[in-house]
Write a protein that binds this ligand. Structure first.
Ligand code: SF4
Ligand code: SF4
Length: 310
């Protein structure tokens, strides 16, 4: 298994909106990461040769603008590339958006990751996402547009791209070169886990994403939550005990990853994928799942998994 390439720091569990599909189930309450804690994790990440990126996420990391700016600068000074994930609730006007993003750009920010879809736009005007996209572009920041789709939804990726500027945005997964593009857009069905599990099944977007095949992200696109717990990935597995790898406060990230890498669970996920484990458990995975991560969540929460791994 290759080493981690990105460490996502969940700067806060707080969010100023409460999307219906939020698999983390976040809202107005929750814990924040402190400046010293986050710096310590960045120090650890920068000593792992394969780590290229620090992603600042949450919750909504722009609820902590001073902390975010400080940490972008800290990570950049260590030679790491930086990304901020946002719901754009703060980007109410082009002027305010410019003030915020210019400061971050000057601190070394590389990428703004914008969430835009039916769920986010229930709370945040689409104009905010447009402000963020346009201002980021004008400042020379790269953008990623992340969209969680639902069956029968109105704001699908093609519409978002059309509203933002079709010539500048490449979609990931079509196999087309993305060089020269300042923006990339990615759409996946919302995960029916966490709060998303309460959405009706006829809204699940089934059949548009692969469920088979190895996971290229496990133990590579890792996260650290505000309590200092290492997460095996930045998706649904991190909600479950099996995807939570222990505190990195006293035992470091590298040691936690080395220990996890010895577990057959993670070897199978990275070499064969959750569908292989589903076969062992007799779960019929070819239908009824939104994505590989949805299947993975079902497999990892199955109480029979320990037996299947022997
Ligand atoms: S999906 Fe993102 S923006 Fe929506 S409630 Fe969850 S953390 Fe907040
Ligand atoms: S397949 Fe599993 S381990 Fe891989 S990213 Fe999705 S939830 Fe995480």
């Amino acid at each position: 298994m290759n080493g981690p390439f990105r460490v996502g720091l969940l700067l806060t569990e707080r969010c100023d909106i409460a999307c219906a599909h939020c698999w983390l189930g976040l809202g107005s309450n929750g814990v924040d990461m402190s400046l010293d804690e986050a710096r310590g994790y960045i120090d650890q990440a920068s000593s792992i040769p394969t780590v290229e990126w620090i992603s600042f996420t949450g919750g909504e990391p722009f609820l902590l603008p001073g902390l975010l700016n400080e940490l972008v600068g800290y990570a950049s000074a260590k030679g790491l590339r930086t990304e901020c994930v946002t719901n754009c609730s703060w980007a109410e006007t082009p002027e305010k958006t410019k003030e915020t993003l210019k400061t971050l750009k000057e601190s070394g920010l590389d990428v703004v990751n914008i969430s835009a879809d039916d769920f986010h736009q229930e709370f945040v005007p689409f104009e905010n996402a447009r402000n963020c996209f346009e201002v980021a572009k004008s400042l020379g920041l790269k953008t990623v547009i992340m969209s969680a789709a639902q069956a029968g939804g109105t704001l699908r990726l093609a519409k978002i791209i059309n509203r933002l500027g079709p010539d500048e945005i490449g979609t990931l997964g079509e196999g087309e070169p993305t060089e020269g593009l300042s923006a990339i857009a990615v759409e996946t069905g919302f995960l029916p886990v966490g709060r998303g599990a309460q959405l009706p099944r006829d809204r699940w977007l089934i059949g548009e994403s692969k469920t088979e095949g190895p996971c290229r992200l496990v133990l590579r696109d890792i996260g650290i939550d505000p309590e200092g717990e290492l997460l095996a990935c930045c998706s649904a597995a991190s909600l479950l005990a099996r995807g939570r790898l222990g505190s990195v406060v006293e035992t470091g990230i590298q040691q936690r990853l080395d220990d996890a890498g010895e577990q057959s669970l993670f070897k199978i996920l990275s070499e064969q994928g959750p569908s292989s484990l589903a076969d062992s458990l007799g779960i019929s995975w070819r239908e009824g799942f939104v994505s590989r991560c949805h299947l993975c969540h079902e497999v990892l929460k199955d109480p029979r998994l320990d037996e299947a791994l022997v």
